[in-house]
Design a binder for this molecule. Structure first.
Ligand code: APR
Ligand code: PHB
Length: 388
């Protein structure tokens, strides 16, 4: 089998790229290790920057997003009694849209057959070959049968644990990593959210976050030690702790209810600075992980694709290589800026016991400054809605 572009992974990066290429009439195929239903069941973030919304609009896949997405003109930071409600729209002229990654994935998947986006699910043992040259190919197994696809380019959209990044020789790849000494315990529940905006809370017990998927579905998080086990957190304990950490302003408006999903995820920053090697490009989580503070993961995946798709289209239409040559540097510039913001918000709002009393006093002083300074709030707002 042949395809101009072979995409590994059918998460948001792979599906967006598959759609953009199909829309431009470029022959692409997506290979996904998991069944479609498994990909759809993963609960991830859902705060969309305008650039992400624009890609879905370009694909004419924003009907449900426009109808069901929640426009957020504010974001709040709270520190016990202090509430800093940042007027994002007033300060930047832009807003974010709350619409779950699961919903985006569903919209992209549902529209794939009619656009001719070919996705092969349950493709096992995907392996990349001859990526240094101009005739790379991919092998995989499906239903016990070995297959081969020849292409011009391979795009690794296979997430942090995928095979594409591993295909780059160690001597050619370079990465930078920082592990945070805690994780986030997330809970999803069919209860109305406690606020109209996303709330980031700093507390001596640790960070908490109040978010949502809709007006009737809430998503909350608590900072917990990396070694924490979910069994130690029955729902009641989670709700009690959220009320403490989110403080008096929100405690009374939290509606509790049974969890429909609960999990603990570690926090890390990881940037693989080699986003192109020969005929292989990396995009999304395959190339970078940001801590979830600030909700940049999905938006970075979308912006990588926003740079890469037109570059590949220009290559196939006009043999123009300027875009594909510029991809790595353009994408990395944005990745580093988003990683900086995620790091800043993580450092500002979480409990870092190893930073001692001085570290805590610095956080309080910074929050006091943000509370009183329009300039500081504008800085946070413009990072939150997304930098180019
Ligand atoms: N072969 C084929 N597919 C694979 C392989 C493999 N060896 N390894 C992983 N995959 C698939 C996964 O099953 C998954 O469906 O690649 C897909 C990667 O999807 P994501 O992890 O969602 O990554 P990406 O599309 O880049 O989206 C980034 O996801 O983690 C969040 O915060 C992140 O929201 C951001 C988004
Ligand atoms: C979420 O809604 O899951 C969410 C919101 C904001 C974040 C992270 C996650 O910073």
């Amino acid at each position: 089998m042949k395809a101009e572009v072979i995409i590994v992974g059918a998460g948001p990066s792979g599906l967006m790229l598959g759609h953009l290429l199909a829309q431009a009439g470029i022959d692409a195929v997506i290979l996904e290790r998991q069944p479609a239903q498994y990909v759809l069941s993963r609960i991830r973030a859902g705060v969309l920057e305008q650039g992400t919304v624009d890609i879905l609009a370009q694909l004419n896949l924003d009907t449900r997003l426009q109808k069901e997405g929640l426009t957020h003109d504010f974001v709040s930071l709270t520190d016990r009694d202090r509430l800093i409600k940042i007027p994002v729209q007033e300060l930047t002229g832009k807003h974010v849209v709350v619409y779950g990654q699961t919903e985006i994935t569903k919209d992209l998947m549902d529209a794939a057959p009619s656009r001719g986006v070919q996705t092969i699910y349950e493709a096992a043992d995907v392996a990349l070959h001859d990526i240094e040259g101009t005739r790379p190919y991919v092998t995989y197994r499906k239903n016990g049968i070995e297959h081969r696809i020849d292409g011009r380019f391979i795009v690794g959209c296979d997430g942090y644990h995928g095979v594409s990044r591993q295909a780059i020789p160690a001597c050619a790849g370079s990465s930078v990593e920082s592990i945070y000494p805690f994780g986030w315990l997330g809970i999803l529940a069919d209860v109305p959210p406690c606020a109209d905006e996303v709330v980031y809370a700093s507390h001596d017990n640790g960070f908490a976050l109040a978010s949502m998927r809709s007006n009737s579905r809430s998503r909350y998080y608590l900072q917990v030690p990396t070694s924490e086990q979910i069994e130690h957190w029955p729902d009641d304990r989670i709700w009690d702790e959220l009320k403490i950490r989110l403080g008096a302003t929100f405690a009374t408006s939290i509606t509790t209810g049974p969890s429909i999903e609960k999990s603990i995820a570690p926090l890390r920053s990881f940037i693989f600075e080699t986003m192109r090697y020969g005929s292989l490009f990396l995009a999304g989580d395959a190339a970078h992980i940001v801590p979830p503070t600030g909700a940049k993961g999905l938006n970075l995946a979308a912006s990588d694709i926003g740079f890469l798709a037109p570059a590949l289209i220009a290559y196939f239409r006009e043999k123009n290589t300027i875009g594909i040559q510029a991809y790595e540097s353009k994408a990395l510039t944005r990745v580093w800026k988003s990683s900086r913001f995620a790091w800043y918000l993580t450092k500002l709002m979480h409990n870092f016991p190893e930073d001692g009393e001085f570290g805590r006093k610095m956080q309080i002083a910074e929050l006091s400054y943000v509370a009183s300074s329009r300039a500081a709030q504008t800085t946070i707002a413009e990072n939150y809605i997304g930098l180019l």
